[in-house]
Design a protein around this ligand. Structure first.
Ligand SMILES: Cc1cc2nc3c(=O)[nH]c(=O)nc-3n(C[C@H](O)[C@H](O)[C@H](O)COP(=O)(O)OP(=O)(O)OC[C@H]3O[C@@H](n4cnc5c(N)ncnc54)[C@H](O)[C@@H]3O)c2cc1C
Length: 487
């Protein structure tokens, strides 16, 4: 039974030796496998490329490792202000160069090592891992195609009491802007670059486009960001997006707003991006970051009559059940929220539910998300837009970081803390933090949202002086409930 709130328990009693087959070894799949094994199921994970999935091998781990280098390089920009210089060369810090071949080697080694760690962990737990391509033959039969070293294909069918589909998503491709893997690239192909692109055009200003545009700019590259919308990061808090766009422009990035790219073509070692209004943008490389499509084709889902969204994503409920009994789905193939943390939680929830453990349905609203630009944008809970639409009755207070003592010491001028709270009770409903390492700062706000703490609860806890988190406590103090107002 799925309740509306709190913990629920699957009414079916778990059977010993339940056979669980998981298709896809990304965070949705491998985290589910660990839970299923803990609950004493016999678990098989079928993965066609590498454990860890796109998250570990091509998306999260590589991008965040690249961004770690960009972050250090960007931090060095404030060295002069903080009094650091090189004897005999005043500009030495500003002239720090990035060896992209070395950076990319580190990125790929780190990703491969993490994938290996996951493989070893699953093996230690007694989970069977098969390298192959899987599809559903029926709700309780999975067909697995493997290829041996000599190239011979073999197909086997496994019986399953529970199936989890966690096959992820792939970069969306436009017919008029096909990646060639050399100069027109998707985000998975970036790590073959040996040198910083002379001029990188990033098409798409959503999270992926903004993160890479910021990273290559931070690494010292010349970057043009082509955005079809008025402002970068169109689905985020507009105040946060405004900070990022302002920082991008100040750091020398060319941001083309209201500019829809219609085609990307090669002309020798140049790439040409044509815009809808007839303008042409020229560069040495182009990164296409125009979204993802779910990997849900050729899995036998239509044949099973599984309910799908028109986007091709699998329909799931809050405990990861699909419309087909015994078949669950988790992660990017469901389109719930394209985050590794959400994929992992959906996968765990699926197994807790399927194997009869206590389980709380996914609470989408409480998911924290972070955009790894410089500064970062971290969010949780209700947004100011929800408030303005009248979905919630509350108040919002935004406190710029520029007034924070620690920020001043660190030379930080951009960023803010925004909290949203119910008017009468002061319950914290949501927050946005724009700051260096906002991803670390948001946790206190996430705790408040998850556990229904009030702004007074937050304000009365000690924060370090001086610290950036002091601005969270200060914002909460400014939201002290006004007693004569009602929700
Ligand atoms: C550039 C970029 C950066 C990102 N950064 C972050 C971040 O910082 N934080 C965050 O939380 N999220 C981030 N994300 C999102 C995150 O990558 C995804 O949400 C996450 O990978 C989803 O996990 P998953 O298990 O659903 O799918 P995946 O990680 O894509 O894994 C699915 C696996 O299934 C396998 N597979 C598919 N079909 C079959 C089949 N038929 N048989 C066998 N195997 C199959 C695939 O080979 C793949 O390994 C980022 C995404 C991108 C594009």
């Amino acid at each position: 039974m799925i309740g509306t709130m709190g913990h629920v328990t699957n009414s079916e009693t778990p059977r010993p030796n339940t056979q669980v087959v998981i298709i896809g070894g990304g965070p949705g799949g491998y985290e589910a496998a660990l839970v299923a094994r803990q609950l004493e199921a016999e678990v098989t994970v079928v993965e066609r490329s590498g454990l860890g999935g796109a998250a570990v091998l091509t998306d999260v781990v590589p991008s965040k490792t690249l961004i770690a280098t960009a972050e250090l390089r960007t931090t060095a920009d404030s060295a002069e202000e903080l009094g650091i210089f090189t004897e005999g060369n005043e500009d030495a810090v500003a002239e720090l160069r990035v060896d992209l071949a070395r950076v990319n080697r580190r990125v790929m080694n780190l990703a491969a090592a993490q994938s290996k760690d996951i493989y070893e962990r699953l093996e230690r737990e007694g989970i069977s891992v098969i390298t192959g391509e899987a599809k559903l033959r029926s709700a309780d039969e999975v067909e697995i195609k493997t290829t041996d070293d000599a190239g011979n294909e073999k197909v086997e069918v496994r019986k399953a009491d529970v199936v989890l589909v966690s096959t992820g998503a792939s970069p969306r491709e436009l017919p008029t802007a096909q990646p060639d893997g050399q100069r027109i690239l998707n985000w998975k192909q970036l790590y073959t670059l040996q040198d910083l692109p002379e001029r990188l055009i990033v098409v798409g200003s959503g999270v992926t486009g903004a993160e890479f545009a910021g990273a290559y700019n931070g690494l010292g590259g010349d970057v043009v960001l082509v955005s079809s919308r008025d402002q970068v990061l169109p689905n985020e808090d507009p105040d946060a997006a405004a900070v990022i766009e302002d920082v991008f422009r100040r750091r020398g990035m060319e941001v083309l707003s209201r500019s829809r790219a219609t085609s990307v073509t090669r002309d020798g070692d140049r790439v040409i991006v044509e815009l809808q209004d007839g303008r042409r943008v020229e560069g040495s490389h182009c990164l296409m970051a125009v979204g993802s499509v779910p990997n849900t084709q050729d899995l036998g889902l239509e044949e099973l009559g599984m309910r799908m969204h028109s986007s091709g994503h699998i329909e799931v409920d809050r405990v990861s059940r699909t419309s087909v009994r015994g078949v669950y789905a988790a992660g990017d193939c469901t389109g719930v929220l394209p985050l590794a943390s959400v994929a992992a939680m959906q996968g765990r929830i699926a197994m807790w539910h399927a194997l009869g453990d206590a389980v709380a349905p996914l609470e989408r609203r409480n998911v924290t998300a972070n955009i790894f630009t410089a500064p970062e944008i971290a969010t949780v809970g209700y947004t100011q837009a929800d408030l303005e639409r009248g979905e919630i009755a509350g108040r919002v207070v935004t406190l710029p970081l520029a007034g924070n003592a620690r920020a001043k010491m660190l030379g930080i001028r951009d960023g803010f803390v925004k909290l949203i709270a119910r008017r009468a009770s002061g319950t914290v409903l949501g927050g946005v933090i724009v700051a260096p390492r906002a991803s670390e700062l948001i946790f206190s706000v996430a705790l408040a949202v998850e556990h229904g703490l009030s702004v007074d609860d937050v304000a009365h806890a000690f924060s370090i002086y001086p610290s950036l988190s002091g601005s969270i406590a200060e914002t909460a103090r400014l939201l002290h409930p006004v007693m004569d107002k009602t929700d």
